[in-house]
Design a protein around this ligand. Structure first.
Ligand SMILES: NC(=O)c1ccc[n+]([C@@H]2O[C@H](COP(=O)([O-])OP(=O)(O)OC[C@H]3O[C@@H](n4cnc5c(N)ncnc54)[C@H](OP(=O)(O)O)[C@@H]3O)[C@@H](O)[C@H]2O)c1
Length: 253
């Protein structure tokens, strides 16, 4: 969608969500922003208002479906949404140990259920209007399970594959769906990593690439291309070879 006017962004209080909010903020644009940390979210909302946007910011946990649904439907009634960006996500690592059941549950609750909780309540309204765009935040980590973060990779694979299916399904009803697969982006999520992150880019640069890709209704917005090519090649190898290559990767803290 070239010129979205009413935009929802989850996980807007930092990193990619914040950069996307700032990239879209201008007069005539309404932003509905969701995050968990009030102070950070309000700082982003203020910055977007200073750029001329109208902003409704609320602290909500995307894993809590009923609360989120009520708010989404209210927002959509007052400002018919034309772009929904399900971006909120959490990461976790094994440090080569095990992921606890609680850690696994939490990552799935936010990265999988949080995305479903964001998108599905809005589908009836979007399809009734036969207009709108849905953007789902996956990752280049969705193409192959990495030993340091198996649950994170699995949730991002789920998001990508779900989005690819929805794209074809919803195109018949006039809705655009894009899956976003960034490589390493400098955010609070990656700032804890203690290993080299090739082609690390700023959140602002990533947001510019995403905004351009969404304007062109690209099904998969994967970047930067050298890392995309590497991820794709790694996933295409026979399992014994890719296992061998991945044994050399450092653990995620
Ligand atoms: N950074 C990368 O290299 C990279 C690469 C590929 C994909 N991604 C994906 O990009 C998305 C954004 O991550 P980021 O890198 O920008 O990290 P970030 O700076 O940590 O931002 C994560 C955002 O999600 C919000 N959030 C987390 N759990 C939430 C919940 N239960 N309910 C509502 N909001 C929640 C956070 O809110 P609070 O901070 O207020 O708690 C924050 O606004 C994630 O889906 C991540 O998997 C990141």
């Amino acid at each position: 969608m070239r010129d979205p006017r009413n935009i929802l962004i989850t996980g807007a209080s930092s990193g990619l969500g914040e950069a996307l909010a700032r990239a879209y903020a201008r007069p005539g644009v309404f932003l509905a922003l969701v995050g968990r940390t009030a102070e950070r979210l309000e700082r982003v909302a203020e910055a977007c208002r200073a750029q001329g946007a109208t902003v409704a910011a609320t602290v909500l946990d995307v894993a809590l479906a009923p609360e989120l649904e009520g708010w989404l439907l209210d927002i959509d009634r007052s400002h018919a949404l034309d772009l929904v960006i399900a971006n909120a996500g959490v990461s976790g690592g094994t440090g080569r140990g095990e992921e606890s059941p609680e850690q696994v549950d939490n990552i799935i609750a936010v990265n999988v259920h949080g995305v479903v909780n964001t998108v599905t309540p809005l589908l009836p309204a979007l399809t009734a209007r036969r207009r709108g765009q849905i953007a789902l935040m996956s990752s280049l980590a969705s193409f192959r399970g990495f030993p340091g973060a198996p649950t994170y990779c699995a949730t991002k694979a789920w998001v990508r594959v779900w989005g690819e299916g929805l794209r074809v399904e919803l195109a018949r009803q006039g809705i655009e769906v894009s899956v976003i697969c960034p490589g390493f982006v400098d955010t609070r999520m990656t700032q804890v990593n203690q290993f080299p992150m090739p082609s690390l880019m700023t959140a602002e640069r990533a947001a510019r690439i995403i905004v351009r890709g969404l304007a062109r209704n690209r099904g998969r917005i994967a970047f930067p291309w050298p890392m995309y090519a590497l991820s794709w090649l790694l996933a295409a190898q026979p399992a014994p070879l890719s296992d061998l290559m991945l044994r050399l990767t450092p653990p995620k803290s």
